[in-house]
Design a protein around this ligand. Structure first.
Ligand code: SF4
Length: 62
């Protein structure tokens, strides 16, 4: 089964790094937490990069 992207919004500090790296997948919501533009997205190398650079390590794949 395809993995999906999970953002732990309790850990997210709203830094916006994931949006900067991969704006086609990540966005900021109205409370300044990261969210997914579309829940059914492919895990590309950009998505992996965004997860790797997340300072809170709160982007997971499950
Ligand atoms: S990089 Fe991590 S901490 Fe920063 S906005 Fe994205 S999910 Fe939140």
């Amino acid at each position: 089964m395809e993995k999906s992207i999970i953002i732990d919004v309790y850990e997210c500090n709203g830094c916006g790094s994931c949006v900067e790296i991969c704006p086609e997948v990540f966005a900021m919501d109205e409370v300044e937490k990261a969210c997914l533009i579309d829940s059914d997205v492919e895990i590309t190398s950009k998505v992996e990069e965004a997860a790797a650079y997340c300072p809170k390590k709160c982007i997971h794949f499950e």
